[in-house]
Design a protein around this ligand. Structure first.
Ligand SMILES: Nc1ncnc2c1ncn2[C@@H]1O[C@H](COP(=O)(O)OP(=O)(O)OP(=O)(O)O)[C@@H](O)[C@H]1O
Length: 721
């Protein structure tokens, strides 16, 4: 990454912020030649140059013509076939890890055709980068680092959470203001050690979509994006560094029918990426990132404040000439992209009410100080000449004392601000922890709902032992062993996370109490010092100093007000996301309960009481109305209540069934036949939006899922027993 420029004052933090303009670092890695790829056409000439052999136009003077046609490419770095994973890591990635710890954003992305070696490189980089990160943290003087990671896959333009694959497809939302899109509902896992990270990565890699292609037996069919965030408490806020490691899917020409859609999506997103690279390299003022989810997500990496490295991959054999040429061309274009790299310093997000309290306290302080100045001015007019006479000999001593008093006031004010800030950080941290805990509870409930379904001995919710045992001991439902294993891992992980969160909550509360006590002491001291002021202030310059202190208070209050609004918005978004997830989980659970109840009624041959039938119908309509809207961008339910089989709707509720202890009563005996039929469902409307299309597909899936379809009893038009 070639650096140029410049250092600017950091308005927000009173310090110096370094802003550098840097070119994207471009490296090319050539993987070893395989037997089935024809002769070698790529030759690494030096660690910065390679040559692509071109075909001669005629058979005469082949050698000479080749030499003329051969194309030389120069990059920041070229890795030959015998390069090791360490070589690539040390050159490309290691510097970015150091930057991440210092609050910068860095990214490495692997580009190239299918089978060219992207995943090979990125797997090596990911594990090395995270190990390096934890080693550096252990050696660092700052002990307040927090590492969080998320891992997603974009496959067929759908975003999946590789650390929580059961969450389904996630939405990409544009967050107002910052411009950086947000993946709603994405799990950010707190990573505690290198071993923990290795386990998370392995889990994520297993969840990736891979299939054989003509060029690669284990081809990754989606783009994988690993994001690691390191937050470090520093004076004045939290410094946040981010590292993105991106393994792009490889384009492929094969026309296999089954892979056409997938290929189209991969090519579309890579084309969009290529277009962005071309636009950025040409210095275009407008770059269209919106053509694919990949480019929307990579906006920051390509044209933002990120220090970025691209590792282009090529296969050296003749069979891949066209794709190799195209990769080398894009890589060359990419080397002229420049990013404006900045250290990211974020004020810890805090709840608005916390800001309000501090702001009103500051304003009170300002008002009090102003009063003092006024009082003093009045008094000094009246008493000025007397004071001058009486204290002439003490003037020098008084000035020195006043100076130290002023310094003590400013210093206690600074201490107060630092402690208040710390308090707000801790409150915010506690809020975040509460959200984390909720998230873990939601994950546990999710698996409970899937595995402990309804007709088994009920475990007390929240009981760790019972939940964990239920996965080991069996639930009595037929679930595959791989699903059970997945559940077991997920639940254990969630409980472990929850325990860590609870420990952290205890620590944060203890720390909060300590800071609160300190703050009280400092405030008392400040109040005592201010008591001395009216009697002491006698000169214009001293009054000016006091006015300045007021101004500092005012500015601090305004700044906090702005931060408060921003933080409140971010917090509200997070809260809504979580609420949506929970509603969705509750809805799914209700659907499941209703479906199973109806199925049981049917299997046992019990008719449906009319009131219940009406409720079923209302529920069905309600679900339909709330999920079937034309522009429902925010909430796409992954499940729909399955359609009720027509024959079931013709079941009647029979009074006579009460004799066998199954039915319930109303009216006179006998079959209530047609008057109390289960209401028919409203006809399924034609899908109009992509969401409703997805829902229609989901309905279809339900209909073909044996475990969920309700089958009416054989024979007979009505099923009354
Ligand atoms: N530098 C290398 N040294 C040794 N083997 C390599 C190297 N690069 C790639 N390979 C091997 O080549 C094969 C294809 O590599 P890989 O899966 O990384 O390709 P890819 O570019 O990620 O392909 P796709 O886009 O289809 O996922 C793998 O078997 C991998 O182990």
């Amino acid at each position: 990454m070639t650096q140029s420029n410049l250092t600017t004052p950091d308005k927000h933090h009173g310090g110096i912020r370094t802003v550098t303009e840097e070119k994207l670092m471009v490296a090319v890695r050539v993987r070893p030649l395989r037997n089935d790829e024809g002769p070698r056409i790529v030759h690494v000439v030096s660690d910065k140059m390679l040559v692509l052999e071109e075909e001669a136009d005629s058979r005469r003077d082949v050698l000479r013509q080749r030499r003329l046609n051969d194309k030389h490419y120069v990059y920041d770095r070229v890795f030959g076939e015998d390069s090791t994973q360490e070589d690539v890591y040390d050159t490309v990635c290691a510097p970015l890890v150091g930057d991440t710890l210092r609050g910068f954003a860095g990214a490495v992305f692997a580009y190239g055709a299918t089978g060219a070696g992207k995943t090979h490189t990125m797997t090596g980089l990911m594990s090395r980068a995270l190990n390096h990160l934890f080693t550096s943290i252990a050696e660092s003087e700052h002990k307040s680092h927090e590492v969080k990671m998320s891992y997603i896959e974009i496959y067929n333009e759908n975003i999946r959470d590789l650390l929580n694959p059961s969450a389904g497809t996630l939405e990409l939302r544009d967050e107002g203001g910052s411009g950086a899109p947000v993946v709603a509902g994405l799990s950010e896992v707190r990573a505690t050690s290198a071993a923990h990270v290795a386990e998370l990565l392995a889990r994520g890699d297993r969840a990736r979509t891979a299939e054989p292609t003509h060029a690669n037996q284990h081809s990754s069919r989606g783009h994988a994006l690993l994001s690691v965030t390191v937050s470090t408490e520093v004076e004045g806020g939290v410094q946040r560094g981010r590292l993105f490691l991106i393994d792009l899917a490889g384009s492929e020409r094969a026309g296999l029918r089954a892979r056409r859609l997938e290929g189209a999506h991969i090519n579309r997103s890579l084309l969009a990426l290529g277009n962005c690279i071309m636009a950025l390299s040409g210095g275009a003022r407008y770059v269209n990132y919106r053509d694919s989810k990949l480019t929307r997500l990579l906006r920051e990496v390509l044209g933002g404040r990120c220090r970025t490295a691209m590792v282009a991959h090529v296969a050296p054999g003749h069979a891949h000439r066209e794709t190799t040429r195209s990769t080398l061309h894009y890589a060359q274009k990419a080397s002229s992209i420049t990013n404006r790299v900045e250290r990211e310093m974020v004020e810890t997000p805090m709840h608005l009410s916390q800001y309000r309290t501090v702001i009103s306290e500051l304003r009170e302080e300002i008002a009090r100080l102003k009063m003092k100045m006024k009082d003093d001015r009045t008094r000094s007019k009246e008493e000025h000449h007397i004071e001058e006479e009486v204290n002439k000999e003490d003037a020098a001593e008084s000035a020195a004392h006043l100076k130290s008093l002023r310094e003590a006031i400013v210093s206690t004010f600074k201490q107060q601000m630092r402690l208040r800030r710390r308090l707000m950080e801790l409150d915010s941290h506690l809020l975040g922890l509460a959200l984390d805990a909720e998230r873990q509870h939601a994950a546990i409930s999710h698996w409970e709902a899937r595995f402990n379904r309804l007709y088994k001995p009920i475990n007390m919710p929240g009981s760790r032992l019972s939940t964990q045992q239920s996965y080991r001991g069996g639930t009595g439902l037929s679930t595959s062993s791989s699903e059970r294993a997945e559940a077991e891992v997920a639940v254990e992980q969630a409980w472990a996370e929850l325990a860590a969160v609870e420990r952290e909550q205890e620590n944060a509360r203890a720390e909060r109490e300590r800071v609160e006590r300190q703050l009280e002491q400092v405030r008392l001291r400040g109040a005592q010092l201010e008591q001395e002021l009216p009697a002491r202030i006698s000169s214009g310059p001293e009054r000016e100093v006091l006015a300045l202190v007021c101004r500092v208070h005012e500015l601090e209050a305004d700044k906090l007000a702005l931060q408060g609004e921003r933080a409140a918005r971010a917090h509200e978004l997070r809260r809504r996301d979580l609420a949506l997830q929970r509603r969705d989980a509750q809805r799914r659970l209700s659907d499941e309960i209703i479906t199973r109840q109806r199925r049981t009624l049917e299997e046992m041959g019990i008719g449906v009481p009319p009131e219940l039938a009406q409720l079923y119908e209302l529920y069905q309509q309600e679900i339909h109305a709330s999920t079937y809207t034309e522009s429902n961008d925010i909430y796409t339910p992954p499940y729909r209540l399955p359609p009720i089989s027509t024959s079931l709707s013709e079941l009647t509720w029979s009074e006579s069934s009460s004799g066998s202890g199954r039915g319930s009563s109303s009216g006179s005996g006998g079959t209530l036949a047609l008057d109390h039929r289960l209401p028919r469902l409203a006809p399924t409307p034609r899908p109009r939006t992509r969401y409703s299309q997805a829902s229609a597909a989901t309905m279809k899936r339900y209909a073909s899922d044996d475990s969920l379809v309700m089958v009416a009893p054989r024979g007979g038009d009505t099923a009354a027993p």
